[in-house]
Design a protein around this ligand. Structure first.
Ligand code: EPZ
Length: 417
């Protein structure tokens, strides 16, 4: 396993190019299962989760080739089985369920286990697909789904689940008749998936709102499609500028999808300016102020930025209250930040952060993707050296993060543990 060694205290300055979005690319790659023709994607990030997805697609009968950010997929004779060995490493594998049922009428997908941030059930995926005519059994840890032909349905989600919306949106594109998905997720990644499907010939309206309407088609063609930039990677580098007291210009930054984050960071004392090279981010002056945040479905404050912003809050004057309303256990970074000198008190799904003068470098353990990013950010600001261990979590969602950080002045290197 690799670890990152960070010598903190350097204000980061320079330009960073934001890569393609992991959370847009994953559902869009699985949507290839729906297609009757080849498809090419550009701006695909080089990430562990992307390679896991391509391995799974190859097993499912969709040979995929990755070449320096471009992926070509040619759907062939599909197989219904997504094996546990792959699904256990990436929960998003459950996104093959809807497309397999829509194309094949059957699916055998290993039940995705929980993960560090929560139980991550898929009940809303299954109940929605059952409304469309699928029947499920759970056998030896596998979800076995069958249907004659999916039929359009009116589904109202209990919660605006991102993955559930994506699974049903994909399934509805080939179902017989009309579907309405209410209380659907509005995340930009869901919109990107809908835009991709429309380019393949799907009939979808309402994407970006909480009511999606889909008219099922007999088949979908291929196309060429660029993956949208990663708003969470962008937010992470924005915090890197703030936490180190530097100034970064983010190229290819989807600032219009970061409003809730930028409002809070501006209240904390950061300054933003759209330049011809991209979004400039720095502190307005030397001090940072505490703020309260509550994570919400889009367009609210993104849960995927909670850990990173908490690291910044640790250095602010005054207290900050963090409420994590999306996942039941997304504070795995807290004790590690406390090891670095942070003052954070947990109470259920809330964390009270009191600002301290500085972080002190220490050996810390990554536990999940965004917690890892939070520890790297704290290390960049810390006095002394920080070792972030088990950074395979980080590699799932950040493309070449230490290369990008070194390019803007960070003292960071990767070592074998
Ligand atoms: C997606 O996960 C993202 N992953 C997550 O990003 C992100 O944190 C999350 O959406 C929320 O924005 C990908 O897109 C690959 P949900 P997903 O279904 O689809 C509960 C990252 O760091 N729920 O909206 O799994 C669930 O337990 C990752 O990049 C049910 O109860 O999120 C959770 O509490 C982490 N039953 C809440 O809803 C269901 O059937 C949100 O889950 C489905 C979800």
């Amino acid at each position: 396993m690799d670890k990152l060694i960070i010598e903190g205290g350097v204000p980061l300055t320079g330009q960073v190019r934001i890569s393609g979005s992991k959370n847009a690319a994953l559902p869009i790659l699985f949507a290839s299962i729906l297609l009757s023709e080849s498809v090419t994607f550009t701006n695909v990030p080089t990430l562990r989760d992307i390679h896991t997805t391509l391995k799974l697609l190859n097993l499912l009968g969709c040979p995929a080739e990755f070449n320096n950010g471009t992926v070509t997929i040619t759907p062939c004779s599909l197989s219904p089985e997504a094996p546990y060995e792959l699904v256990k490493t990436m929960r998003a594998s459950v996104l093959c369920l809807g497309p397999l049922l829509a194309r094949l009428g059957e699916a055998r997908v290993a039940m995705p286990g929980g993960c560090a941030i929560g139980a991550r059930p898929v009940n809303l995926h299954l109940s929605g697909l059952e409304k469309m005519g699928a029947r499920f059994e759970l056998e030896e840890g596998y979800i076995i789904g069958r249907c004659r032909k999916l039929k359009g349905a009116h589904v109202i989600f209990d919660f605006p689940t991102v993955g559930g919306t994506e699974n049903l949106l994909m399934a509805a594109c080939l179902a017989e008749g009309e579907s309405i998905l209410e209380n659907a997720a509005k995340e930009p990644e869901v919109v990107d998936l809908a835009n991709f499907l429309i380019r393949c010939g799907a009939k979808i309206s309402g994407h970006g709102t909480s009511i999606l309407q889909i008219s099922g088609m007999p088949s979908l063609g291929g196309c060429s499609y660029p993956i949208m930039p990663d708003r969470i990677e962008a937010g992470t580098f924005i915090v890197a500028a703030g936490i180190t007291g530097g100034e970064l210009v983010l190229q290819n930054c989807p600032a219009e999808e970061l409003d809730a984050l930028l409002v809070k960071l501006t209240a904390m004392g950061m300054y933003f300016e759209q330049t011809e090279d991209g979004l400039l981010a720095r502190r307005r002056n030397s001090s940072l102020h505490g703020v309260d945040i509550r994570t919400q479905p889009y367009p609210g404050f993104p849960t995927d930025m909670q850990a990173q912003v908490m690291a910044l809050m640790c250095l602010a004057d005054g207290p900050s209250l963090v409420e994590e309303s999306i996942f039941e256990n997304r504070f795995m970074h807290v004790q590690e930040l406390v090891r670095m000198g942070a003052d954070i008190r947990l109470s259920g799904r809330s964390a009270m952060v009191r600002g301290v003068r500085q972080f002190t470098g220490a050996p810390v353990m990554a536990s999940d993707l965004r917690a890892s990013a939070s520890l790297v950010l704290a290390g960049l600001a810390a006095k002394g050296a920080t070792q972030v261990q088990r950074i395979y979590h980080l590699d799932r969602g950040y493309e070449k993060i230490e290369t990008k950080l070194v390019a803007v002045g960070a003292r960071i290197r990767r070592e074998k543990e």
